[in-house]
Structures are given as C-alpha cells and as structure tokens.
Design a protein around this ligand. Sequence first.
Ligand SMILES: [Zn+2]
Ligand SMILES: [Zn+2]
Length: 372
Amino acid sequence: MATSRRDYYELLGVSRTADEGEIKKAFRRLARTLHPDVSQEPDAEERFREVVEAYEVLSKRETRELYDRYGHDGLRGGGFTPTTFDLGSLADLFGAFFGDDLFGMGGRARSSRGADVVAQVELELAEAAKGTTRQVPFPVTVPCVTCAGSGAKPGTEPVACATCDGRGRLQQVTRTALGEFVRTQACPACNGSGRVVEHPCLDCDGSGRTVEERTLDVEVPPGIHDGQQIRVSGEGHAGPLGGRAGDVYVQVRVKPHPRLVREGNDLFCTVDLTMTEAALGTTVRIPTLDGEQELQLEAGTQPGRLHVLRGKGMPVLQGFGRGDQRVLVNVQVPRRLTEEQRGLLEEFEQSASDETYEADEGFFQKLKSAFR
Ligand SMILES: [Zn+2]
Ligand SMILES: [Zn+2]
C-alpha cells in the first residue's frame, strides 16, 4: 500500500515534543472527524489512513525514535510497514487501540452475530461427582437451506439499501450550544446490514434463517456445581444473513440428594442413634456417593460427634483431589416410656456414678502429656 510521505507530526497536528497523551488525544479527535463513515470529503479515506499510519508510528517508542532520527527512510530501513486494514475492521482496530467503540459500530458488529441459546441439563449429585456426557436438545435458528442464508428468493440477490446507500448506518447531526454532535446509528430500513431483500425467500420469509431442533452432546466435568454454565461456542443461533452463530450456554442443575447436603466440595449427612446405641456402640449404614457404607461408632459416642471421611466428598472442579464427607451424630432420647422402661432407667440412674459419664482424656490433655 502507498505509504505517506507527509510529516507525521504535521498530520496529527502536534509538536515534535508532544507526549503520549497528546498524541493519543490528537489522533482520537482526527479519527472521529476523518473516518469515511463520518466525513463526506472525497479524500476522507486517504487522509484517514495517513492519520492512522502517523499514529501507529508515533505511539510506539521504537518507531517514533527511528522516525525522529532518520525520517521516513529510516522507518523503511528499519523494516516498518504500516498495518494493512480494511475500513470495515476499523471498529475492531479502535477497540484494540482505545478499548472503546469510537464510531458506535459495535452495535452493528454485535447484531450481525447470532444470539446465544440457553439450554438446561439436570443431574443427580452422583453424576455431578463422576462427570457425564448428556444429550441436550434445544431449538436453534440455522441458515436457511433454500436461500443459503441470504434471505433472497433463489435466482435473486439482496440489493444495497437505498436508505443508507448500503452503509448500514445513518448519521444524525445535532446542533447544541456545545457544538455539533454527529451520532451514527444502525439504519432502521436494513437493520444495519446495508442490504435489503426485494424478493424474499419463501421458506424463511427473507430472514435467511429457519428454526431447527438440535441436540448437542455436552460434556459435564466432574465436580460441577448447581447453577454453573457450560459454554459451547458457535453452536447458538445463526447470525442474520449469514452472520456468525452465537454460543450455547448449558445451565447445569444438580438435583438435591435426599440424604447428602453439599457445601462447596464437602458433603454432610447426619446419623441418628438411640440413647442406648450411643452408650453401647453400634455399626450404622450411611449414604455416600458410592452407595451405602458401614460406619462403626464406639461405645460412649456423644451427640454432635463429627466423623470425617477424608476424600469422600465431591471432586474439585478442574482441579485435583476431593472434598470430605462429614457425618454428624445425633442421639435420640426416648420421649415416651412404659412403666417398665421407667423402672429400668431409674434403676440404671441409681447405679450410675460420675465415672459413668467421665470423658476420656481429651485431645488437649493428650497434647499436654506429650510435652511432659
Ligand atoms: Zn431462505
Ligand atoms: Zn439501510
């Protein structure tokens, strides 16, 4: 491409000592007025490219130094070639330069992409733990086969929109006390596409899209949480008139387990012992992710006692290891006694002493004696 021979500082209208901020500001101001979508001048595009090139050189320290010392020849000797771009990609270019939407073209760029689809999948807790692959059905718009997504009846073609001259955008100039504001908006006649269909395709009514039931095999990773989403990119609704497809967001519902409660990667369950089971010791069956399992409880098990089954919880999503399963002991005290039972308990109570209820050496005691 032709490379400007004009002085870059002159092009941007800044002094040779201008700092980064001044250069950026000058470029933004010029870009807004010179952009061919905004300016009606016949040489707008040429001037715009020059300004972009000047900014490209002066905004980077290496190229600016090269240019300061050796001018245009120095740049070429240093291997500099201006970025080739087409004006359609300028919105992206400015997004990259400034992280903003300089010309209000973002709306157009977004609208040409298809919408996202939200689908749902419901899993048992055990499935969420192991991971699974599920077939997820959802309705999706796809490019119309008859017109290949153009919306035009076979044998005809969409034509340039007369309202916006095929640009897809309209300008609105507002005069205010603060000056003239130019606002660019998507053309309502063609929805910003720049094209209109004169003879619509009969199968899609000119939209270029039809609705289809689609099924995706969605891989659910082990450890997924209730409410999380899995994104499948590019499988959503087709964009209007051949635009890029949107994404599919699969919302994961993990059904509550009847006996296990999940908190993060840990699982909780409770076990009910009778007063005598707690006193005498017993073996109970507890629910786990791998089915029921036996748990031995020693004589003298206290209410509120917590058993931790290490690594029996949920796997860490996209990580290593698993959470734990915690088993909380509840001790049930009889609420209704027969005369005979009352007698037995009274007898028991009379035979009991402080020693009957004395705790074993606690953890703290053990720790202390270890240091003696
Ligand atoms: Zn069609
Ligand atoms: Zn239009």
